[in-house]
Design a protein around this ligand. Structure first.
Ligand code: BG6
Length: 508
């Protein structure tokens, strides 16, 4: 089992009642389009290897790399292995184990966009059992999703158990997302389209539903009466790097907020679903998306911030700024912070402050539910500052849930208070480790677990709101504020929340 927490558990206790069970998935074939690209080599093929190594993928499955690169099967297998070694230097790779996995790998050199390319390699590999689950994973730029899917249809490969997996971003605005959804919908029914947001595959993200809806203590507190505000931070220390040319057409708002951050916000804010069915949950999420208060010209500067990293240092090492990496001037934001309101009964007046950025001081994804201060302080001022109770849900790294509370410091010396956490650390609690998000979503496709994926209306509702922000930024000519790489973002990001008499919570 791939262990996500990297350090050795110090006191974890195996769950005696329910040992984790690896249930093999049904036999399937998967064609990874864009198989020589970064996503396939860094995430998808290793994820399939890990699931196979743990016994979840059965012999008889075919993993077919499809790309334009002039490679034969042996060359593709070698490339997959070389990349695996580079990306997972700490994983032991036994020859026999690798050779057995390699037996599942195939390669077709094919220009999947071209209407008159010869698809016989793929057709032959997929031929045989028409009922077998067949997955087409498009690890490709979204601009060609429509053309490629039309070609899948033209070659009659969309059999009744065929599934189409689309990587994010689905388009770059509402109109392009609709065009893609219309085009792929001509070939695959909505129930066979799996739109990836890999954040939904993270254990800690799935746990949001369990935390909220299987512990009765939270629901009475989860509303505007008790919650002061919510913070969502997704900070990365990496820069745009070799993805800079894609990233420059996207920026932090499209790359992170439209999908990952809005999904987190939905899971925090949604009403309890009637059950954990895929559509029941997605029905609740979309209500949140539709209740987001629009950001419009005139209020964009008070509700949002755009930033871009300049040269700086990460872990004491000098790193270039974004435009130096890119090689030309750019006003693309590598950081954004937003003050979001959800106009519904539960959250009326409660701000959700969200921020994300590249080249920030440290990698950290975290949700903070900050509760209101007590109505009347009973302790004398010399006892110490009273902090509000906070529920801190750490998605990565050091996954865990902390409830921060005021406590009396024990011992003599009068009334002294301390702010301390009740701490559920994943690494210390769960011995078994768990698969990476891509492993989970890939198995989710085969299992037909649509709840792990975004439905068409969700993607479009998210774009509709994001389009409003982009339009407001353009109209108000909001430029990026520079921040040195290796810091917490521009000063304007701190001011966004500071103006309201609040502050970003950056740990104890
Ligand atoms: C991707 C974004 O969707 O998520 C990247 O395109 C980002 O820019 C990545 O780095 C972050 O994912 P994770 O799982 O490392 O938090």
């Amino acid at each position: 089992m791939t262990r996500t927490p990297q350090h050795t558990p110090i006191a974890c206790v195996e769950n005696q009642n329910q040992a984790s069970r690896l249930v093999p998935v049904a036999p399937f074939d998967i064609a990874v389009f864009g198989a020589t690209g970064d996503l396939a080599m860094r995430k998808l093929l290793p994820a399939l290897f890990h699931r196979w190594r743990d016994g979840q993928i059965q012999p008889g499955c075919k993993i077919i790399g499809v790309a334009r690169a002039r490679l034969d099967r042996a060359g593709f297998i070698k490339s997959v292995k070389d990349h695996y070694r580079a990306f997972f230097p700490d994983e032991k790779l036994a020859d026999a184990e690798w050779d057995a996995f390699a037996a599942l790998l195939h390669y077709c050199q094919l220009d999947v966009v071209s209407a008159d390319a010869d698809w016989s390699c793929l057709e032959d590999l997929l031929a045989g059992d028409e009922d077998k689950i067949r997955v087409f994973y498009l690890a490709l730029p979204p601009g060609i999703y429509g053309a490629v899917t039309a070609n899948i249809g033209r070659h009659g490969l969309n059999t009744k158990n065929a599934r189409l997996v689309l990587e994010k971003p689905i388009g770059h605005d509402l109109a392009s997302a609709r065009a893609i959804n219309d085009a792929v919908g001509q070939v695959f029914p909505e129930r066979a389209i799996f739109r990836i947001d890999h954040y939904l595959g993270k254990e800690t993200v799935q746990n949001l539903l369990i935390l909220r809806f299987t512990n009765s203590i939270f629901e009475p507190l989860w509303n505007a009466n008790v919650v002061d505000h919510v913070q969502i931070t997704v900070a990365e220390s990496v820069g745009a790097g070799n993805r800079a040319s894609y990233y420059d057409t996207s920026g932090a708002l499209r790359d992170m907020v439209q999908n990952h951050i809005l999904q987190l916000l939905c899971l925090v804010a949604m009403e309890p679903p009637n059950d954990f069915g895929a559509d029941t949950i997605r029905d609740e999420k979309i209500k949140v998306l539709r209740a987001l208060r629009p950001v419009s010209p005139g209020n964009a500067a008070s509700l949002s911030v755009r930033g871009q990293y300049g040269p700086g240092a990460i872990d004491g090492k000098a790193v270039p700024g974004y435009v130096e990496e890119l090689g030309h001037p750019s006003d693309t934001e590598t950081y954004t912070a937003l003050k979001v309101f959800i106009d519904n009964w539960r959250w009326s007046g409660v701000p959700f402050y969200v921020r994300t950025g590249k080249r920030m001081a440290r990698r950290r994804s975290e949700i903070v539910i900050q509760f209101k201060r007590v109505a009347h302080a009973l302790t004398p001022p010399e006892a110490g500052h009273l902090h509000p109770a906070r529920l801190v849900i750490r998605l990565q790294p050091d996954e865990g849930v902390k409830l921060l509370l005021m406590t009396k410091d024990p011992g003599p010396g009068g009334m002294r208070l301390r702010y301390v956490p009740l701490n559920l650390s994943y690494a210390d609690t769960f011995c078994a480790g768990y698969p990476d998000a891509y492993e989970r979503v890939l198995m989710g496709v085969v299992r037909n677990d649509l709840g792990l994926f975004m439905r068409r209306d969700e993607v479009e509702a998210a774009w509709a709101w994001i389009d409003g922000i982009l339009q407001a930024w353009r109209t108000d000519e909001m430029a990026c504020q520079l921040y040195p790489a290796g810091t917490d973002g521009p000063i304007a990001g701190a001011m966004l929340i500071d103006r309201d008499g609040r502050e970003w919570f950056d740990g104890l």
